[in-house]
Design a protein around this ligand. Structure first.
Ligand code: HEM
Length: 141
């Protein structure tokens, strides 16, 4: 896998009703950014999501990430939308990147009161093929 990467995918449910009923000031303090301007809050709370997930709080660890929101019908038990984020990230070494950051978030992130991780997957992505070669060549050679 030298030169390749790993993709971690998480299906994360959000209790949207609870989030929507939360005052904007508290939403902003949960994430750590102003909702309209997107700017980092001047008095960033210690448990804010962007602070705890930042490389400064994780030994320099970074991710190439993207969240895709999903709505998957209505939850029968609660009558609320079954909605959330399909979180996807790439990295060289999940042990030193996703897992490290996720441990930190699981322990302290303010966002935890609104979310639960309900699905998880990891994919090995071999490096691109060179001229005359093929994808995955290094694994078989
Ligand atoms: C439903 C779950 C999540 C929501 C709603 C969420 C939301 C956000 C938002 C609004 C931001 C700030 C804007 C941005 O930089 O894109 C952010 C930043 C970030 N999030 Fe999440 N996030 C979630 C889950 C996660 C997870 C599971 C991880 C990693 C384990 C993560 C890692 C990060 C990182 C690394 C940043 C950038 C921090 C920085 O500015 O240095 N997030 N997230």
């Amino acid at each position: 896998m030298h030169g390749g990467s790993y993709l971690v995918a998480r299906r994360i449910e959000i209790v949207l009703r609870q989030w929507d009923q939360t005052a904007v000031v508290r939403q902003e303090r949960t994430i750590g950014r102003s909702k309209v301007a997107g700017a980092v809050l001047a008095d960033l709370p210690l448990h804010a999501h962007i602070l705890l997930s930042s490389h400064g709080a994780n030994n320099g660890a970074k991710l190439l990430r993207r969240g895709y929101s999903y709505v998957d019908g209505i939850d029968r038990a609660s009558g609320a939308p079954a909605a959330g984020v399909l979180f996807i990230c790439y990295q060289r070494d999940p042990r030193r990147q996703f897992i490290l950051i996720q441990h930190q978030l699981a322990a302290r992130d303010s966002l935890n009161q609104f979310i639960s991780h309900v699905g998880s997957a990891i994919f090995a992505c071999p490096p691109g093929a060179t001229g005359g070669g093929y994808v995955g060549e290094g694994l078989l050679g």
